[in-house]
Design a protein around this ligand. Sequence first.
Ligand SMILES: Nc1ncnc2c1ncn2[C@@H]1O[C@H](COP(=O)(O)OP(=O)(O)O)[C@@H](O)[C@H]1O
Ligand SMILES: [Mg+2]
Length: 163
Amino acid sequence: MNDSLTLRCVTGSVDATKALATALEPIVDDGDLVVLVGDLGAGKTAFTQGLCAALGVSDPVTSPTFTLANRYEGRIVVNHLDVYRIDALAEAEDLALTELLDDGVTLIEWGDVILPALPDDRLDVRITFGAGDDDRVLELTAVGPRWADRMASVRDRLGGWVA
Ligand SMILES: Nc1ncnc2c1ncn2[C@@H]1O[C@H](COP(=O)(O)OP(=O)(O)O)[C@@H](O)[C@H]1O
Ligand SMILES: [Mg+2]
């Protein structure tokens, strides 16, 4: 893996994870895809909440585990998906991903489950548990040119958390 395309960050609280996501807001754009990977309680929803708040979403943001997709209005539209319950890749087709991805920024929790159905142009955020109870390691990887071109800017913005 090319180091310039991956950024490893550490946060020590849920608020820090939200703040990290907030720091990305100015560079998030229509058509962006962010895939959130990590076990239950890793902080995928917390990351989404931080980004949504920064984008001006006023509705409460909750894990869409039972609805599969929520749509929020902020500076741009936010599509928030949780595909944990999808048992077959075929079901991913029902999500009408192509249309979703056209409109606003899309965040997909457990997106690795449907990776073959996703475009090769996205930001992967892999969250793992750190040493302390509230420590999380967030590994951000640019996949494809859309995010690769922005990684220097991502690095600048997340400098305080880079580990
Ligand atoms: N550094 C951290 N980053 C994110 N969440 C944290 C952190 N430390 C503790 N937490 C807690 O972990 C949980 C993360 O929950 P959530 O965001 O719903 O996870 P997921 O969506 O990955 O299942 C919350 O209860 C949050 O308070
Ligand atoms: Mg969640």
